[in-house]
Design a protein around this ligand. Structure first.
Ligand SMILES: [Zn+2]
Length: 285
């Protein structure tokens, strides 16, 4: 009896070639073995607490301002493991799969520069202070308080822009996508015949070529998934609703709410103006 196809100890390009050349049974076995390796990879998705920190200089720590800065010498945020030091194709593709989940679905991990800049305010002010700028205690306290309060608002804004999907459902989505990717993958040999007359293809690492291909493909698929999720068509300019964070097709510069929120805003406005109208009537009577 023939042994079930096992991907271990094979190069990635060999697997892709076997898939392309194999019959339906072989293809299923390859895909099963491949997805099983992806999910059992030790390169798990990890998020953890990180801090923006600095140490107030010993000669300044007992001053009034030194005390204020010391209070903010550690600002916490949620980070994630975004890279791997492993170089095998399973770890690398799993890393991409982890990162895409974090980017599109994990509302805990917000690392947008607008948010991070606000969290960096105490540290930035501290370094300006020790390089000679003069600040009052009041100025520093108010500036830091404002920035931290604003950061909570900004975090909420970006949290709302994440889609909701459990890890289990995500795994099912990825399984379907991997099948699509394997099916549509162009073999490097064919690829080089079509496109790369003057490129020196032999110097390419074939596995790297396919790893990049899979990662790029997954990313594009996730972007399309996002458009479908919010019901926006391809190739449109889209905006984010100021209220709920949903993605919508933007029709003009002043278009800031999605249709649902716009309707709610209109009703609120109507109610408010009706109340004011009644109030003005009462005043006349
Ligand atoms: Zn909305």
């Amino acid at each position: 009896m023939r042994k079930i196809y096992n991907i271990s100890n094979k190069f990635f390009y060999e697997i892709i070639e076997d898939y392309k050349e194999g019959n339906l049974i072989i293809r299923n076995e390859i895909l099963q073995s491949f997805t099983a390796s992806i999910w059992s990879s030790s390169n798990k998705r990890r998020i953890y607490k990180k801090t923006i920190n600095f140490k107030v200089r010993g000669d300044l720590i007992h001053s009034e301002l030194g005390q204020v800065f010391d209070m903010w010498s550690e600002v916490e945020y949620t980070g994630y493991k975004s890279m791997t030091d492993k170089t095998d194709y399973i770890s690398l593709i799993r890393q991409k799969i982890n990162n895409l989940y974090t980017r599109f679905f994990d509302s805990e991990v917000i690392l947008h520069s607008e948010y991070m800049n606000l969290l960096n305010t105490p540290k930035r002010l501290y370094y300006r202070w020790i390089s000679g700028e003069k600040f009052s205690k009041n100025y520093v306290t108010v500036t830091i308080d404002d920035a931290i309060n604003k950061s909570i608002e900004v975090k909420e804004k970006y949290r709302k822009q994440k889609m909701s999907l459990s890890w289990t459902d995500y795994k099912a989505l990825i399984k379907d996508l991997l099948m699509k990717i394997f099916q549509n993958c162009i073999l490097l040999d064919d690829y080089s015949n079509v496109f790369t007359q003057d490129m020196n293809i032999d110097n390419w690492n074939e596995d790297n070529f396919y790893i990049k291909y899979v990662c790029k493909y997954l990313e594009n698929e996730l972007k399309q998934y996002q458009k479908k999720y919010y019901g926006v068509k391809q190739h449109k300019i889209y905006g984010r609703c100021k209220e709920c964070g949903d993605m919508f097709e933007k029709t003009g510069r002043n278009h800031i709410y999605c249709n649902g929120c716009k309707r709610i805003k209109q009703l609120e406005w109507q109610k408010k103006s009706m109340r004011e109208y009644r109030k003005s009537l009462c005043e006349v009577l």
